[in-house]
Design a protein around this ligand. Structure first.
Ligand code: NDP
Ligand code: 2IT
Length: 445
């Protein structure tokens, strides 16, 4: 590895102990960038990498709220404004009990390069809370969202930082947070994305991450003259990304035979009935196990990891970080998987991703493959600024062309550095280049 890159990576680990997810994301990205730094010694003189790995601002705050029984709870709130060189900070908010600073920093760091890959003017940020929405009443969710926004509102703005959803934050939470932002700031602007259509949202934002993943994979598959037609797919998760990835695969003639949630997975050899999954997971916020109660012929298996033992042509991890490890990758390869597309952020461990690549599996890394969500968020920001709306077809067409361009750019970057087919390196390099150019222009600041 380039000596400068190695030194900054070691320093990052020493100065940020107990942040394993952040170390993992930084290791993967910086390893790929080594070849770029070999060619650009001027970056070291400018301290570019030291600035890049340090968030511009980390906001941590308490979120006190009262449950339906009158008990007081105090959660941790986070917003990491990682890099604003190419545009306002942009990235989701995650509400999940395991959220901590390491997870928010890994997500924020990834987001810098992902957002750059979209070709749109958005910087990288991420936030969230260790609040667990499971089992909470609507009123509890509303009070929590209001408490969270009562601090966050002073740090965000349509030209400063524009949060959106992620795990545990969907249309309901965005609605409550937007309502409270508007009350506190007294302005109706595009300060959050993923808004409802009645108050400034964009058509196709709900579908965008899942659809975008499949659009990018389609383009990648074309390289080997493959498509989704009559192919068997496994998609982990059953949230926003997983559901709309399934919908697009099905539209393209593929068959999804397994999906999961954090408790276990379902297998349905006839192809999963997506309307039933939507009814269980979106409409009722239920458990995926209920699917097997309603469909004879389908089975439910406890434990979400087992999903990778299901044989498939294409696998799409769409749940969470590190959900697919080396053993899972070996199982998938042994069962004949031909392509993997990451819908979740960093779902494969470094070893698993390397194993796929070493065994000839087409591999679309998260920061390229799931960029459709944030890209569509940027389209929502554009529509808000114009005070106008595009049709579903217009947004979908723009999304598709963005995903095709991302694939072409990551492919070209990998080839430029003599690593044809290595889309992990291609995505990291292509995402980095624009951010580096902007930061060099801005000087030491
Ligand atoms: P949702 O909250 O809608 O769904 C999350 C799904 O993943 C649920 O099925 C959930 O199961 C499952 N899950 C969450 N944590 C775990 C875990 N520790 N182990 C196993 N399963 C788990 O979130 P999204 O669909 O929006 O997000 C999924 C992934 O996609 C995340 O990595 C997110 O960062 C990424 N992403 C999301 C984008 C978006 O626009 N929403 C954009 C780009 C990336 P359960 O029901 O049991 O909680
Ligand atoms: O990880 C992600 O890209 C997201 N959760 C979406 C972020 C956004 O601003 O739409």
């Amino acid at each position: 590895m380039n000596a400068y890159v190695q030194r900054v990576l070691q320093d990052l680990k020493d100065r940020n102990p107990n942040q394993p997810e952040f170390h993992q994301a930084a290791t993967e990205i910086l390893s790929s960038l080594s070849v770029v730094f070999d060619k650009h010694p001027e970056y070291e003189k400018s301290g570019l990498l030291e600035m890049l790995v340090e968030p511009e601002r980390v906001i941590m705050f308490r979120v006190p709220w009262v449950d339906d029984n009158g008990n007081v709870h105090v959660n941790k709130g986070y917003r990491v404004q990682f890099n604003g060189a190419i545009g306002p900070y942009k990235g989701g908010l995650r509400f999940r009990s395991n959220v901590n600073l390491s997870i928010i920093k890994f997500l924020g760091f990834e987001q810098i390069f992902k957002n750059s890959l979209t070709g749109l003017p958005i910087g990288g940020g991420k936030g969230g809370s260790d609040f667990d929405p499971k089992g909470k009443s609507d009123n509890e969710i509303m009070r929590f969202c209001q408490a969270f926004m009562s601090e966050l509102f002073r740090h965000i703005g349509q030209d400063t930082d524009v949060p959106a959803g992620d795990i545990g934050v969907g249309a309901r939470e965005i609605g409550y947070m937007f309502g409270y932002y508007r009350k506190l700031a007294n302005e109706h602007v595009g300060v959050l994305t993923g808004r409802g259509l009645a108050y400034g949202g964009s058509l196709a934002r709900t579908e965008a991450t899942g659809y975008g993943l499949i659009y990018l994979m389609e383009e990648m598959l074309k390289e080997k003259k493959l498509s989704f037609k009559n192919k068997t797919c496994v998609i982990s998760g059953s949230g926003n990304v997983a559901i709309f990835a399934n919908e697009k695969v099905t539209q393209l003639g593929g068959k999804v035979v397994a999906m999961s949630d954090s408790d276990g997975y379902i297998y349905d050899a006839d192809g999963i009935d997506l309307d039933l999954v939507k009814e269980i997971k979106l409409a009722r916020r239920g458990r995926i196990s209920e699917y097997a109660d309603k469909r004879s012929g389908a089975k439910y298996v406890a434990g979400c990891k087992g999903i990778w033992s299901v044989a498939c042509d294409y696998a799409m991890p769409c749940a969470t970080q590190n959900e697919l490890d080396l053993d899972d990758a070996k199982m998938l390869v042994a069962n004949g998987v031909k392509a993997v597309g990451e819908g979740a952020n960093m779902p494969s461990t470094i070893e698993a991703a390397e194993y796929f690549q070493a065994n000839g599996v087409l591999f679309a890394p998260a920061k390229a493959a799931n960029a459709g969500g944030v890209a569509c968020s940027a389209l929502e920001m554009a529509q808000s600024s114009m005070r106008s709306f595009w049709t579903f077809e217009e947004v979908d067409r723009k999304l598709q062309s963005i995903m095709v361009n991302i694939f072409r750019n990551i492919k070209a970057a990998a080839e430029r550095y003599d690593m044809p087919g290595n889309y992990i390196a291609g995505a990291n390099i292509a995402g980095f280049e624009k951010v580096a150019t902007a930061m060099m222009a801005h000087g030491v600041c």
